[in-house]
Design a protein around this ligand. Sequence first.
Ligand code: SF4
Length: 337
Amino acid sequence: MVNITTISWTDFTINFGGGCKKVSEGCDNCYSERGDRRWGRDFTVVRRRPQAFADMFALSRKIGDGHAKVFLNSMTDTFHPFYDDDYIAELLTVAALTPNLTYQILTKRYSRLRTFLTDACRCKGGHQPGVHLKSKMADIARKYARKRPDLDNISHHVYFDVPYPLPNVWFGVSAETQYWADRRIPSLLSTPAAVRFVSAEPLLGPIHLNMCNYWAPPHMEGFPGAHNPLTGEWWPAVGNAEEEYANRVTDQPRIDWVIVGGESGFGDSYRPMDLTWARDVVAQCQEAGTAVFVKQLGTAQAQRLGLADFKGEKWGQWPSDLDDLRIRQFPTPLLNR
Ligand code: SF4
C-alpha cells in the first residue's frame, strides 16, 4: 500500500515489511510499535510485505513524467536481520527500475548498511565494490521484464546503464545523541550512496555533527585525526597546527542532508528537545553549507508554547522568535552536482 504521508520531508511512504526490535534510545517510543499494539500485533515478530514491490511500480506509473520522494520502510528497519540480502537486493532492483521516484531509506543498523552496500568482492576475483550486488540485481530484474516493456534487455540495463551507487536512493542513519552520531555517521560515510543523510529526530541531547574523531580516509586508516563530516575535511592530529592544515584533505565523504526534530507523542511517550540543541545543529549545517530540514519542535515544546499542533510542526503557529528554525532544505543528488 502506498501512503500519502504527513512526514514533511517526503511525499509517500511504502513499507515492504513490518515489526522490528529496538536498538537504541531513539526507539523507546517507536510509533510503529504503538501502531502494532493498537492492532493487537506482536511488534517483535518481523514480517515481509512483498506486494510493496508492485506498489513501487504502480506509484512510478502514476507519477509518470513527474517526480516524487518515497520514504521506504517508515514502520520497520530495512537492515533488520530478518530481511535477507536477496530481499534488499530486490528492493534496490525495483528502485533502479523506477527512476522517477527518489527513495529515502533510514536505518539504525549502520553496520549492515555499510557492509551490504560496500559489497566487497567475495569471490577473490578483485571485483569493484557493487559488482556482485549489481550482478544479483541484474538477475532479479528478469522477473520484472513485463513491468518495463520499454527496455530491450532489462538485465543488461540494470547491470550496465544504472550507475552505482543508485542515484535515486538516499541512505540515512539516525543520530539521536552524540553517542550514536559518533558510531553511525562514520559508518554512513564509508557507505557508497548518492545522498547520505542524518536524522537527528528525536533529538535527545546536543550533538556536534561537524567533528568526528573516529573516521579516517582509507589511506590514513588507523592514523589519528579529526574529520568534519559536514564539509568532508580531514586533518591528521600531529600536534602542530601548521602541519595539520598543510596535510588536510578536503574531498572526503560528507553528509548531504540533516533532518532535525523533537519527539512527538501522547501521554508520557515523548521527551523534550531543547531549542538550543536544534539551533546548534542548524548553525553547524549552515556554516558548512549542508542542507538542513527542521521537521518539528516536538510535543514538549508545542505544549510549552501553547501550540494547537501537538507535534509543533506547523510553522504558522510558531512564535516569531523561532524564525531562525523555519528552514526546510533538500540536498542535491550526486548526479546533479
Ligand atoms: S529501528 Fe525504527 S522501526 Fe525499529 S524499533 Fe527503532 S524506531 Fe522502531
